[in-house]
Ligand binder design. Structure first.
Ligand code: ATP
Ligand code: MG
Length: 418
């Protein structure tokens, strides 16, 4: 088969990407393979198209291009931004036999069934709090209040914020609802955003960015994109995450770790309801909720974050530690979920028994971070399983018993996977 690279026009890129996705084909950047050559052996050429535009960013692109592309036994389809055509044709002349253009009409099967409008794909696909009917909104709050333990004041305020947001958003006066949550580790700040996602019935990926990864001065360009295809994400992590999710909620973790350039970018996003990439492309995030979280103390909040930005957050809240009652509720919730999995696998109902066991074994007042409680649940569950579930096992030699315990343990740990 001849080794071909097809060039596409930048403006068609998202049509292609969305169209190919409908056919079950992903467009991935070559940087994925440049970073880990072993992955090349695992490629399924019917499911991936490789975008090589990023190669022009490398100083030694000829060398990298040859090294990587020549490793492919099964030759996938390679595509490239047409603005890089000249460079690619010259530098990779020994790698490819043919350089040609994407034929727009046949490249995407579903094109014939109707043009995929970029804007439609992006705007309509997110489920947003502003689009719920009144009944759906009530259901949302019921589910949300059940999913998040404790924090009663926050829950009331949140409901009020959302109701106001829905009204002012309709009047085009309020584009994005922004919440800034501070407080100790493991008390549910991130869980707020995750619960909003779940309660809006998110099925795809939950959009989360950790600003801890964006602490240098060049961060903005990796967040909102430099040249297409750079380091695995075509136009910056934030755009990729928003495109990949199906719910209008975005989590920005460790907000205080970034720098003023990023803060200023976000000032603009909150104001305009639009995110603009460095390539000038826009994503409309009107109606989104952005949850910012931070472990910052109240004093540092005043020092680190400019008054201008502070005043832009619609709502700020300091999350306090959970009470013992809420921690116990959390254990009960975990028991229900673990028991369901055990029931499905082993057809035994351990729920009541396990609940009593864990509530007795775990002294919740010793732990404030729910992650530590999770670890305790895991540890005690293993104890429970070896004490109660394995004691009925047939008589075995000591060594066999040991081995069987290990494999039981391994299987039991699967119950903790989501
Ligand atoms: N109030 C809560 N309700 C429900 N689950 C919670 C709550 N608090 C913590 N959890 C659970 O504990 C784990 C840690 O919580 P989460 O990630 O929200 O912590 P966090 O406050 O964001 O902490 P950090 O500041 O370290 O990021 C999660 O698995 C979450 O499900
Ligand atoms: Mg968190």
């Amino acid at each position: 088969m001849s080794r071909t690279v097809l060039f596409y026009e930048r403006e068609d890129y998202y049509d292609f990407k969305a169209g190919k996705a409908l056919e079950g084909i992903k467009i991935v950047s070559i940087s994925k393979y440049a970073r880990n050559l072993d992955l090349i052996n695992e490629i399924n050429v019917d499911e991936e198209i490789i975008d090589i535009s990023v190669l022009t960013e490398y100083n030694n692109m000829q060398f990298v291009g040859e090294q990587v592309i020549n490793q492919f036994d099964d030759f996938p389809l390679f595509i490239c931004d047409s603005s890089k055509r000249e460079t690619i044709e010259y530098e990779l002349r020994f790698v490819f036999d043919e350089f040609s253009e994407v034929d727009k009409d046949t490249f995407i099967k579903s094109k014939n069934e109707g043009r995929i409008e970029k804007d439609v794909v992006i705007e309509k696909k997110h489920k947003k709090i502003i689009d719920l009917s009144d009944n759906e909104l009530e259901q949302f709050f019921t589910d949300f209040n059940e999913a998040l333990y404790g924090h009663p004041k926050f829950k009331d305020d949140f409901a009020e914020q959302v109701r106001a947001f829905r009204i002012f958003n309709k009047l085009k006066e309020h584009k994005v609802l922004s919440l800034f949550l501070m407080g100790d580790s493991g008390v549910g700040k991130t869980e707020v955003a995750r619960s909003i996602f779940k309660c809006l019935n998110g099925k795809k990926k939950f959009a989360k960015i950790n600003f801890g990864n964006y602490s240098t001065e060049s961060s903005l360009s990796s967040l909102i994109g430099s040249a297409r295809g750079y380091i695995g994400s075509e136009d910056g992590e934030i755009f990729m995450k928003v495109r990949e999710t199906d719910v209008g909620v975005l989590l920005i973790d460790e907000f205080e770790k970034s720098n003023s350039t990023l803060f200023n970018y976000f000032l603009d996003v909150l104001e305009s309801g639009k995110m603009t990439s460095s390539m000038g492309e826009e994503i409309d995030i009107n109606g989104f909720i952005i949850v910012f979280t931070s472990n910052i103390s109240k004093e540092n909040f005043q020092n680190r974050i400019s008054p201008e930005l502070r005043s832009r957050f619609d709502y700020k809240c300091m999350f306090t530690l959970l009470g013992n009652e809420d921690k116990r509720k959390y254990i009960e919730f975990r028991v229900t979920s673990i028991s369901k999995k055990v029931q499905a696998e082993y057809l035994i109902d351990i729920e009541e028994n396990l609940r009593a066991f864990l509530l007795q074994e775990i002294n919740v007042s010793m732990f404030n971070n729910m992650r530590d409680i999770n670890k305790q649940i895991k540890r005690k569950f293993l104890k429970y399983s070896t004490t109660y579930l394995l004691s009925d096992e047939v008589e075995q030699g000591e060594e066999e018993q040991e081995i069987s315990n290990v494999s039981w343990k391994r299987r039991f740990l699967n119950f903790f996977k989501d």
